[in-house]
Design a protein. Structure first.
Length: 405
């Protein structure tokens, strides 16, 4: 799996952002809490881009709609949540989570103006997100336990698989107590203190509270959690990648049609060139055949002039070797073997008393040994490695070839 770049946007476009790099297996590779977005963009090359957006701008709710058809549910959700909405429906974007067993649909509601602003902020630095998630849903989640993360003067509380909110730290006691009264329960609370100092006395509750360290910081903690619990991706409907590509494609249709015409003309020109090359190749074959018949007048049947000429030359070299031309025989064998060994380079050669010594450089000792085996497979040759020394990342070797007795 690809690595992921997780970016957490701030409330204002001018604010620094937090980012984390996560491996395909979910390991945290790098993170930083406050960096200009322009400096983060280079980290996204070759990685999935996952964006966390401020939950203070998002309403996380639940709508009960007895339907499995997402488009029908989307049309019904604004009416089901009408009492919780403060803006006109046309100005809002609704994103659905996965349907629950009791016909409950998790819903994230955000102003379209905020979605447009976030996407414009990312486009300005050439970041194209694959997903966009409310940051509170990136907190660790365990059934039957709430999670509170505190960082500076900001707090995030996740109280359901698809539910939670973010607020200023000073407002947390009031909102927390209202949530407790609404649920009429004493749910155990897990507190992650990511840099706020002492928070033990902040909430005066008669419930089990477990304080946990936050070694990875806010962005690291959220990046680790992504993909491990239920999420709501805001890039749906008009903001889905398919719709975005469609909007980008429309202005380029005429250009694409012109480009298609250019490509078609190019293909036609290429086909004409291929035909010309085929004709030239046929003429070349005829020339080779004529040359072969001129060199070997006794040839009766010509099927493949080039291959037949190589066989005749090989036979002539064999005759020369039988007549005592050992040097040519050894040189031809060495040349043939070296052609198939691009990792081995010939530096020098010497012929004395029927022995051909080759000085070589190679990438490894194994490469020289492979050359030796290639020579031995030709038959009629005795091959011996005289030396092989590693130096400067290369191997310098000496190979001796002589006719087998």
């Amino acid at each position: 799996m690809r690595e992921s770049l997780v970016v957490r946007l701030g409330q204002d476009a001018a604010e620094p952002v937090g980012f984390a790099i996560r491996s395909g297996e979910g390991r945290l590779l790098d993170s930083a809490a406050a960096v200009p977005l322009s400096e983060v963009a280079a980290q996204g090359i070759g990685r999935r881009i996952q964006v966390l957006v401020p939950s203070t701008d998002i309403l996380l709710a639940e709508a009960r709609v007895p339907s499995r058809h997402r488009q029908r549910v989307l049309k019904a959700v604004p009416f089901a949540l009408e009492e919780q909405l403060t803006d006109e429906v046309d100005a809002l974007h609704f994103a659905l989570g996965e349907r629950q067993d009791d016909d409950a649909w998790p819903v994230a509601v955000v102003a379209r103006s905020r979605m447009d602003a976030w996407l414009a902020q990312l486009r300005a630095v050439d970041l194209v997100p694959e997903s966009m998630v409310p940051d509170v849903l990136a907190l660790p989640w365990t059934e039957g336990r709430w999670t509170l993360l505190v960082d500076g003067q900001q707090a995030w509380l996740r109280h359901a698989a698809h539910g939670g909110f973010a607020c200023e730290l000073a407002m947390l006691p009031v909102l927390f107590q209202a949530l407790v009264d609404q649920n009429e329960s004493r749910t155990p609370l897990e507190v992650l203190n990511c840099g706020a100092g002492e928070v033990a006395g902040l909430l005066e509750l008669d419930t089990e509270i477990e304080h946990r360290p936050c070694p990875d910081g806010t962005i690291g903690t959220m990046a680790r959690q992504l993909g491990q619990s239920p999420l709501i991706d805001l890039l749906q409907g008009a903001y889905s990648r398919r719709q975005a590509l469609g909007r980008l494609w429309r202005p380029w249709r005429a250009t694409a049609a012109l480009l298609g015409l250019v490509v078609a003309l190019g293909l036609a020109d290429a086909m004409l060139e291929i035909r010309q090359l085929a004709a030239e190749q046929q003429q070349l074959r005829q020339r080779i055949e004529a040359l072969y018949r001129q060199a070997f007048p006794d040839a009766k049947r010509v099927v493949n002039a080039r291959a037949q000429m190589e066989q005749r030359l090989k036979a002539l070299r064999g005759s020369a070797r039988a007549g005592g031309s050992d040097f040519l025989h050894l040189l031809a064998g060495a040349g043939q073997a070296l052609q198939g060994m691009p990792a081995v380079h010939l530096r020098a050669l010497a012929y004395r008393q029927g022995r051909l010594d080759l000085e070589l450089t190679a990438a490894s000792v194994q490469a020289i040994d492979q050359l030796k085996q290639a020579l031995a497979r030709q038959g009629g040759l005795k091959v011996e490695i005289q030396s092989a020394t590693a130096s400067g990342g290369r191997v310098q070797g000496r190979l001796r070839i002589e006719a087998a007795s």
